[in-house]
Design a protein around this ligand. Structure first.
Ligand code: HEM
Length: 336
């Protein structure tokens, strides 16, 4: 599989509104099994690079569930035994909770047996051959966790932004012990912090490969049906023609801006765009905002060993989902 990335070259004129809508066209037409190399050089906008991408995560969870249910249907005796166990543990309760699961050894055996017979990722990931490449598969949990770690790291590096966020969260909480989802809409500053983190640390910098269904011309380039291209959303987020001082963490830039991450503004597309954009946006963002708001509501954070925020190593890994190279270690104390 071959694909490519592109970015706007520095010496090119800024994107106008019309141009940015053309940029959007790319989302709808590229992807597939051929190679597109947008040539760098005078007058050309794009640079190409060969790159491989795999997807997984949520997909493997769904695959496992389907295999499990299929095996249970093929083996009525097993299904019966499992139902007896689960109903016994439920003991008349209307709902199974996580606490019940530890008392269901047969359920765990069924899950293991399904894995044995239908390994979701049969060839795993070739670790030896990729040494420095972090072999993660894209998916809900990984990108959500990566985003949270980047957010907290940027807040530690930028104490002013952290203070502002804590003030906002505490004002909205207004003495309540817990932040709830209903509170989040009153936290514009929190939303700005999240967007700014996406801008600087796109969790899936190259999104997911796309494939064109027909021959098409985009910005003067002929793209054949079946062509595959990766969108370099990271480079768009760091483009000085689109963003003032893109290397600085400045959530304020989003306070008076309508730019959103749901796929309609091509300047910021952490979840992709178009019909195949991430279906987990709402869930991911509710979790993300709730976790960050709850953390800064309850705790003050500092780095261990009197380390200063500005010294925090923000190197990232190479991979499908981009993580901090060195996991964030923080000391949390109760916030008063
Ligand atoms: C911060 C968190 C997340 C980020 C940044 C993210 C990002 C993405 C991106 C960039 C894509 C590819 C979109 C495209 O091709 O244009 C994608 C696809 C997908 N995401 Fe997410 N995602 C996140 C969380 C989640 C969660 C929590 C779930 C599930 C609950 C989820 C489920 C999926 C699925 C199923 C697809 C494949 C959609 C398709 O191919 O039709 N994602 N995600």
């Amino acid at each position: 599989m071959i694909s490519c990335r592109y970015w706007l070259k520095k010496n090119q004129p800024p994107l106008g509104v019309d141009d940015s809508s053309k940029l959007g066209d790319v989302y709808n037409v590229v992807g597939g099994s051929k190679t597109v190399v947008f040539q760098a050089g005078s007058g050309n906008y794009f640079v190409g690079l060969v790159f491989d991408v795999f997807t997984g995560g949520t997909d493997s969870t769904y695959a496992t569930l389907e295999w499990e249910l299929s095996l249970l249907l093929r083996n009525p005796h097993t299904m019966k035994k499992l139902q007896v166990e689960v109903r016994k543990v439920a003991n008349g309760k209307p709902k199974i909770t996580e606490d019940d699961l530890d008392r269901m050894p047969y359920l765990k055996a069924v899950v293991k047996e399904t894995f044995r017979m239908h390994m979701p990722l049969p060839l795993l990931v070739p670790r030896e051959s990729t040494r420095n490449v972090k072999d993660v598969f894209t998916g809900g949990t990984d990108s959500t966790y990566a985003t949270l770690e980047w957010e907290l790291s940027e807040l530690l590096r930028n104490p002013h932004a952290m203070r502002k966020l804590q003030e906002e969260v505490c004002t909205v909480a207004n003495g309540k012990p817990k932040i709830t989802e209903d509170d989040l809409d009153q936290m514009p500053n929190l939303k700005a912090v999240v967007k700014e983190t996406f801008l600087m640390h796109m969790p899936l910098p190259l999104l997911v490969p796309r494939e064109s269904t027909h021959d098409v011309k985009v910005m003067g380039y002929n793209i054949a049906a079946g062509t595959q291209v990766l969108i370099n959303a990271w480079a768009v987020g760091r483009d000085p023609y689109l963003w003032d001082n893109p290397e600085e963490f400045r959530p304020e830039r989003f306070l008076d801006s309508s730019v959103d991450y749901r796929g309609l503004h091509f300047e910021l597309t952490p979840f992709g765009s178009g019909r195949r954009k991430c279906p987990g946006i709402q869930f991911a963002m509710s979790v993300n905002e709730l976790v960050i708001a709850s953390l800064v509501h309850k705790f003050d954070f500092r780095l261990p060993n009197a380390q200063k925020g500005e010294d925090l190593d923000m190197s990232d890994t190479i991979g499908i989902t981009i993580h901090k190279k060195f996991p964030l270690l923080v000391v949390a104390t109760t916030y008063n």
